[in-house]
Ligand binder design. Structure first.
Ligand SMILES: Cc1cc2nc3c(=O)[nH]c(=O)nc-3n(C[C@H](O)[C@H](O)[C@H](O)COP(=O)(O)OP(=O)(O)OC[C@H]3O[C@@H](n4cnc5c(N)ncnc54)[C@H](O)[C@@H]3O)c2cc1C
Length: 391
């Protein structure tokens, strides 16, 4: 039998993240959403509090949290601000290919680089011509003596303008699709690396998003992760580790949307009654709660499978389920929460519109909802075995 009891340490970690979110993130969340400025000060505090670089092992200066610990943290943070949480958590996305595929020497060099002081690492597969189709990357790499020369342009890169380091995915010149992809650790100050202006966005405005351009950027061969041709595999293995966290962020955001909706419904009157007395409103809120519970359980299961080092195909499909269900239900819940606010939900001065704008991104980044369904259906048609033998 399994239990859902968190350990004492996990309870403490969750409380610490909740307090940080309430004290440091929530009070400035609307302001950063409005100005679109990068919340470096808040992120520095998260770094100092040990709420960043969550999965970097202790021997490299990180907090060494497992995946389940990490989802507890990001649910709390995203309940206060999705954008800031994305910008804090993206260091885990960027560090994952190093943790998963890096050599001992690469880990010893680059993981402490990220933990010893506040530094940012971005993860870059996407280009303006492709996002879902990772095997369609067009940026190139070419061996030249002890170096590789990188050319191309990455797009939508979270924290792109603030990164000290990038993990860049590019293809060996002349190769096609999955086989030729390589992943490189690229320091920001490499000659030939530049970034575009911050991209203006619907939501997640506290998170920087930018293009990263590579013009004959020379990277030592020692910065190649996992060998030539390992890039596609590394990107996919990274997503198995990070998609549960997106499910958890969606859970945190949805939880806040529900709490705002309950609070508003208890105050707002229509037809001489509190709107909370209407069954239609009660049903909507009950549905929210049931779905949030389901989202969290799926997220925990996906994170637990990662921590158990479960078989890759199983971990992969459950991580996709957690991300899909989290993203879709968060969007539905925040839509209903806005509906409960009526016209006020549509006004800038109320918090729901920000949550509504922020939720949309969960259906898009780290694999759209359609891509999660693709991953799940591929598993069902190729690997899934019927539980009852009847065919
Ligand atoms: C704010 C933000 C931050 C981001 N941060 C990063 C980052 O840090 N690093 C990074 O590398 N990328 C990042 N991305 C990019 C993101 O991962 C991509 O936008 C996403 O994967 C979708 O790719 P696309 O936009 O090219 O859409 P496309 O791949 O062009 O898809 C367009 C539509 O077609 C659908 N579609 C595509 N293929 C299929 C299929 N086989 N079956 C069914 N439907 C399909 C998609 O679901 C989508 O609805 C970020 C994006 C945003 C908006």
């Amino acid at each position: 039998m399994i239990g859902f009891q968190l350990t004492e340490e996990q309870n403490k970690l969750q409380e610490k993240a909740r307090k940080f979110a309430l004290d440091e993130v929530l009070p400035v969340s609307a302001q950063y959403d409005k100005t679109g400025k990068f919340p470096r000060g808040v992120i520095a505090k998260a770094h100092k509090a040990g709420l960043m670089n969550l999965g970097i092992p202790k021997e490299y200066g990180g907090p060494g949290h497992g995946s389940l610990d990490s989802v507890l943290v990001v649910e709390e943070m995203a309940a206060a601000c999705a954008g800031m949480t994305t910008s804090i958590y993206v260091n885990d996305l960027g560090a994952s290919p190093i943790i998963i595929g890096g050599s001992q020497a690469q880990k010893e060099k680059w993981l402490p680089f990220l933990t010893e002081k506040l530094r940012f690492v971005s993860f870059a597969t996407s280009e303006s011509g492709m996002g879902s189709d990772v095997a369609g990357i067009k940026s190139t790499c070419e061996r030249d003596g002890d170096d590789y020369i990188l050319n191309g342009s990455k797009f939508w890169i979270t924290n792109g303008n603030f990164a000290d380091l990038y993990v860049i995915f590019a293809r060996l010149k002349g190769t096609k699709r999955h086989n030729g992809l390589c992943a490189f650790i690229v320091p920001q100050d490499t000659e030939g690396v530049s970034t575009g202006k911050p991209l203006k966005k619907l939501g997640h405005r506290a998170s920087d998003t930018a293009a990263v351009v590579l013009r004959n950027a020379r990277v030592p061969k020692d910065n190649l992760l996992g060998g030539e041709g390992m890039g596609f595999m590394l990107a996919m293995m990274t997503f198995v580790h990070t998609r549960p966290a997106i499910g958890a962020m969606a859970t945190g955001l949805a939880r806040s949307a529900m709490e705002y909706a309950i609070n508003y419904a208890k105050q707002r009157e229509a037809f001489e009654h509190k709107i909370s007395s209407f069954q239609a409103i009660q049903q909507m809120i009950a549905e929210m709660y049931a779905r949030i519970e389901a989202m969290r359980l799926l997220t925990w299961k996906a994170a637990w499978l990662v921590d158990q080092k479960a078989e890759q195909h199983l971990s992969n499909v459950i991580s996709s389920c957690a991300k899909l269900v989290g993203a879709e239900d968060a969007m539905r819940i925040v839509t209903d929460a806005l509906q409960i606010y009526g016209g006020k939900g549509y006004l800038e001065q109320y918090p729901i519109q920000k949550l509504f704008r922020d939720a949309k991104l969960y259906q898009i980044y780290e694999g759209t909802s359609q891509i999660q369904r693709y991953v799940i259906s591929r598993y069902l048609f190729k690997q899934y075995k019927p539980i009852m033998e009847r065919f």
